[in-house]
Each structure stands twice: as C-alpha cells, then as structure tokens.
Design a protein around this ligand. Structure first.
Ligand SMILES: Cc1ncc(C[n+]2csc(CCOP(=O)(O)OP(=O)(O)O)c2C)c(N)n1
Ligand code: SF4
Ligand SMILES: [Mg+2]
Length: 303
C-alpha cells in the first residue's frame, strides 16, 4: 500500500522564506513518491549547496547533502555501487549549472538512471541573490548593482547536447504538473533533467508568478518519445525551435528509451558487475576485520 504524503516528512522544519518555490517542489516530490509507492529505504536524494540543497533534510528517505556542485558525482557513485537504489539529485541553478556544470555534462554522456531536478530561480538564493547562470542578460534583480551582463544558459538545451534521455520543465507552483513530471522522470530508466521554474520572492523580483504566467505555456499535442535516429533528429530540431520561442514550454519534452543506461555499460566491460555490484561485495571473504577501521575514522560524525 502506498503511503500518504505526510508520511514523507522527517519533522525537520523547512526554513525556506515564506512563498519560496522550494515548498512547491517539496510538496510535489512527496506526492510523487507516494503515488509511485516508493520504498523509502531504497530511495536516495542527493543535493548540493544552496536553499534548494536543504531538501534531503525534510523528506523522510535516505539523503546526502553534499558539497557545492558535487551532487552528481556522489549520486553516480551511489547508483553505481548499488543499482537497486532509486537516486535523484536536487540542486540549484548555480550549483548544477555553474560550479557543477562539468558533472552535469558528464552525466549526460553516461546516462545513469538518475533524475536531476534543477531548482531554477535565476539567483544564488542562499548567498543573497547574486546572478545565476540562468538569469537573463540585462535583468537587474533587486540585489544586483547593475543589470546582468552575462547571457543566460538553457538547462534543457545543455541537457540535450550532453545526451540526456529525459528532458522536462515544470513550474514550482503547479504541484499537479510538477508531480506528473517527477513521476515520469523518476520512472525513466536513464539520465534525466527536470528544470523547475522556481520563484525566489526574496531575491528575484523579476521572475514572479505574474511573469511566469505570461512567459510560459503548457505543451499540448506533443509526443516526447522517439523510436529511431530520424525521429530523434526531428525532435531535437523541434525542441531547439521551441526553446528559442518567446515563451518557455512546460511539460515533458523528450523521453528516449533507446540508449543503454550506465549500469549496463559497466556490466559490458566488468563481467561480475551485474551479479556482484560493489554494494553486494563482502569486504573480506574470511570475515576478518576491515583493513580500515571505518568506525574510528568516522567516529566524530556518529551521534
Ligand atoms: C565551493 C563553494 N563555493 C561557493 C560557495 C558559496 N555558495 C553557497 S550556495 C551558493 C549558490 C547557491 O545558488 P543556487 O545553487 O542557485 O541555489 P539556491 O540557493 O538558489 O537554491 C554559493 C555560491 C560554497 N558553499 N562552496
Ligand atoms: S532566498 Fe529565495 S530560494 Fe532561498 S529560501 Fe528564500 S525565497 Fe527560497
Ligand atoms: Mg538558484
């Protein structure tokens, strides 16, 4: 039986500002986990640093709050060591598309079964509103002394160029839509990017609810699936055209199930991987003590 949404709370108080879009993402995620009937022991949230990075503290599943920009390598390691786990990354636009950009690109090349949720608020929220890589050229949010002199990057187009096999965009205040995208992205067997347009009412006074309603639209009659290379090329061209339109499309843009996920690629070169993943391996066949005393090494972290 699936659990109700409230069962997914850890009880840690979410200390985001009132009206923050992170609340919508948090609510939609719990709804998606509930409706998918996820086993909390087999689900891991990995996050970077930022307001967005706090989410693993609040959702009652396994979680790791890692270093700035490094959530993707942690997540890839977790998934590779134990393919039985469902792994999801949550990070900010600064975290994933600034300092962590190299990892984001590398993940697309590998296609591990991990969904990356980009909390796109156009600013570095936690550090008081500096311009993030997604802030549009010329925008002057209230914490900037001058209009932004850098052009914005588009997470969907970066994802497509890097080889991601699931691409979607949603809006933090449309819980139903976001929940649907999360469910689809979590169920997809491969690397996914879900960009969530997320208002930051404290620092971004341009991307407001009103702005989002005027500058986005919901995709209709759009089939994100591709069957062959020809269709994949057609879809790629169509996505580029959509992404260069005046308004941003919301919905699932691409779902390509044809590429092998990273686990299969590893199994093709390491013959024991499929039956004896790192998480299943015995450290010492004789049952002897570990060569490194992990308890001692990590003693100060135990509570
Ligand atoms: C290596 C390193 N560099 C810089 C910082 C400072 N820092 C913390 S969060 C952050 C950016 C947060 O912005 P974003 O990723 O967009 O997350 P948001 O707070 O908007 O959710 C920065 C630069 C850091 N913690 N570590
Ligand atoms: S600073 Fe912005 S992103 Fe951070 S908690 Fe406040 S509203 Fe949310
Ligand atoms: Mg941000």
């Amino acid at each position: 039986m699936s659990e109700t949404s409230t069962d997914w709370n850890t009880g840690v108080w979410p200390d985001w500002c009132p009206g923050c879009g992170n609340f919508g993402i948090f609510t939609a995620l719990k709804g998606a986990l509930s409706e998918l009937g996820i086993d909390r022991k087999k689900f891991v949230i990995v996050s970077g640093i930022g307001c967005s990075g706090k989410i693993p503290h609040f959702v009652n599943v396994s979680g790791v709050h890692t270093l700035h920009g490094r959530a993707i390598p942690f997540a890839t390691g977790i998934k590779t060591a134990n393919p039985e786990l469902k792994v999801i990354v949550h990070g900010g636009d600064g975290d994933l598309l600034g300092i962590g950009m190299g990892h984001l690109v590398a993940m697309g090349r590998r296609n591990p079964d991990i969904l990356v949720v980009v909390h796109n608020n156009g600013v570095y929220g936690l550090t008081k509103g500096q311009a993030s890589p997604t802030l549009q050229l010329g925008n002057k949010t209230k914490s900037l002394a001058f209009p932004n002199i850098n052009s914005a990057i588009n997470p969907i187009l970066i994802g497509m160029a890097s080889g991601y096999t699931f691409l979607a965009r949603s809006y933090a205040y449309n819980i139903e839509h976001l929940k649907g995208c999360l469910k689809q992205g979590i169920s997809h067997n491969g690397a996914g990017i879900l960009e969530v347009i997320q208002p930051c009412p404290t620092w971004n006074n341009i991307v407001t609810m009103d702005w989002i309603e005027k500058n986005t639209y919901y995709l209709e009659n759009w089939d994100p699936n591709v069957k062959d290379d020809e269709e994949a090329l057609e879809k790629a061209n169509a996505i580029v055209a959509l992404e260069h339109g005046k308004k941003k499309p919301l919905g699932i843009l691409l779902e390509d199930g044809r590429k092998e996920p990273f686990g299969k690629r590893i199994a093709s070169v390491y013959k024991y991987y499929a039956t004896n993943t790192p998480a299943m391996q015995r450290v010492d066949d004789r049952g002897a003590a570990l060569p490194v005393d992990l308890e001692k090494t990590f003693e100060r972290f135990f509570v």
